[in-house]
Design a protein around this ligand. Sequence first.
Ligand code: MF3
Ligand code: CO
Length: 274
Amino acid sequence: MFHAVELKTDDQIRTMRRAGLVTRAALEAARAACVPGATTADVDAAGARVIEEAGATSNFKGYHGYPATLCVSVNEVVVHGIPDDRVLGVGDMVSIDGGAIVDGLHGDSALTVFVGGEEAADPAHVRLSRTTEEIMWAGIAAMATGKRVGDIGAAIEDRAVELAPDLGLIEDFTGHGIGTQMHMDPEVLNYRAKKMGPKLKPGMCLCIEPMLVAGDIDTKTLDDDWTVVTVDGSRASHWEHAVARHAGGIWVLTSPDGGAERLAPYGVVPVPLD
Ligand code: MF3
Ligand code: CO
């Protein structure tokens, strides 16, 4: 079935930038709350406070009945971990995913953080997270240089194979279009596929969100109907940004610098709208 991709005006992209920056601020507050002894509910509360204080609303809360503002996914949880009274300890790796709505337009972003800092963590886990982040940037760069949405997944897979053929690239979850809703067409695969998808056009806003695991890529959903874990119990990392392509280039909506620093190695210079 064909669905038209929502193309945003420059003004809508400016509003999405505001939603992206509220999302960013919420994630940074949640990151700072990931200290030993904190619960995942504390992490959620830290992010929720920022969204509320900004006068924005959470797009996760109530989404298909989702009960929290953030997804807080610890260790073997790949995505959609529900915040609860689980206590965080040094060495835990926590993927935090969240989003805010500003004036009807959505932000959505995720990062992985280490409780007690990277220095205290297993270097293999740090590499897992850093590699996931890097393949996300490779996908974002392909949104600037590519012709079709499928170029993004191809770039993510190529970079994963190049950097870490031993890590597992999750196929059960994808990125997505974003705008007047959090999840919109097109689907943004995290791997190379025959179907290249729609052409990349000015006005397209996409969430690029790969996940890597240390072991096998099989996942399962727990009885709470949300929490996705690796079947083999290996650890996972998830990183995500929302990105706009406009007439002048791309801008990473959920990154304070539009992605400039991390896109430079790919030869991509993000272009702001004003
Ligand atoms: N934000 C997730 C994604 O990156 C989706 C979360 S669904 C929710 O696409 F219900 F947990 F909010
Ligand atoms: Co998303």
